[in-house]
Design a protein around this ligand. Structure first.
Ligand SMILES: [Zn+2]
Length: 345
């Protein structure tokens, strides 16, 4: 029987200290060559085991094989110069030194397919694999070639589709596209962002998800959140078009956020990964707090479409805290499962 309220994480988990500096984003690898290859595989095994021990239903690689959720993918593409960087403002929020698109972009060989096959070989559970979304990729680069965000996004969508088809063939059950940029550039999302996403999932038979959050718990993001006022209504701008899109699952930040829960009504019919774990605090949620967020979400999501999840990735947290949060997610989901079963009994 299919698990009710299948749990998962938005993506990343902390890396072991022997692989990369803990509690930092973009942390450089501590190993190289074959040792790095094996180290990444071992870290993936550990991340998988921690999810399994916590009772997570849909497991992932915890992004153990990548340094960053966007740039690691782009590093594998042709047409992007990582040496001569330029500074841009990411999501209108913070300056970052980024690679430059210097010629036509293309994918010469698979990026994550071998990693996905490895994860597949380690577990019978459903697996989810995260890729960056086209708009978020564009927003993390300086474009000196296409001179058009839309054109570049379209090219990335085609590349992502090639990768996604191979991930599907490798046995991935859910392919997720991370699009935090969807929370910022509403006009572009509605003009071409969702269309590009649909191009990226064209022809896929596995399930597809889009993750739209308010970012990792880093200072630039928490400062930005302070400016958003008492109600965060960003989702409202893009939900109508997402509801009408071909995407199966929408992954959202809900716990401790100021997103009015009733906005989820706008995507009624879609499966919703409800963020019930705050990744911007070291406080581990109690199961009851998790259950409370899920209970609120159930007013706007049918029970068979509710997927308890984390608000975002947990890479910047300590391993102990991330483990505690995984356990809280499972325990909170379990409370609601029992309530639903009693209601149906
Ligand atoms: Zn996120």
């Amino acid at each position: 029987m299919k698990t009710l309220l299948p749990t998962s994480t938005a993506g990343s988990l902390p890396k072991p200290s022997w692989l990369a500096e803990p509690e930092t984003l973009w942390s450089p690898w501590k190993l190289e060559g074959d040792a790095l290859t094996h180290g990444k595989e071992d870290a993936l095994r550990v991340a998988l085991q921690e999810q399994q021990q916590a009772g997570v239903t849909i497991v992932s690689d915890g992004e153990q094989t990548r340094q960053h959720f966007v740039t690691t993918f782009i590093e594998h593409l042709h047409g992007v110069d990582f040496e001569n960087r330029k500074t841009v403002k990411i999501r209108d929020r913070y300056d970052a030194s980024v690679p430059v698109v210097v010629s036509e972009v293309s994918r010469q060989k698979p990026v994550f397919v071998a990693d996905a096959k490895f994860l597949r070989s380690q577990t019978q559970q459903p697996i989810k694999w995260a890729l960056p979304g086209p708009m978020t990729m564009v927003d993390t680069l300086y474009d000196d070639h296409y001179k058009s965000r839309e054109k570049l996004a379209w090219e990335f969508a085609k590349i992502l589709n090639e990768e996604a088809k191979e991930l599907e063939a490798a046995g991935v059950d859910i392919i997720q596209f991370d699009e935090p940029a969807f929370n910022v550039f509403f006009d572009e999302v509605n003009d071409w962002g969702i269309a590009c996403l649909e191009r990226a999932i064209e022809g896929l038979k596995c399930e597809t998800a889009v993750h739209i959050c308010y970012g990792y718990g880093i200072k630039a993001n928490t400062d930005w959140k302070q400016t958003l006022g008492s109600e965060w209504r960003q989702y409202e701008e893009i939900f109508p078009k997402l509801q009408a899109s071909a995407i199966d699952i929408i992954s959202l930040e809900c716990h401790n956020s100021r997103v009015p829960m009733e906005l989820i009504e706008l995507v009624r019919g879609k499966k919703v990964m409800v963020g019930a774990i705050d990744v911007a605090t070291n406080t581990i949620e109690t199961p009851e707090e998790v259950a409370d967020t899920l209970r609120k979400a159930l007013q706007f999501v049918d029970a068979d479409k509710l997927y308890p999840c984390t608000n975002c990735g947990m890479a910047p947290l300590s391993r102990d805290i991330a483990r505690g949060k995984l356990q809280a997610l499972h325990a909170g989901a379990e409370i609601i499962r029992q309530e639903l079963q009693q209601a149906n009994a």
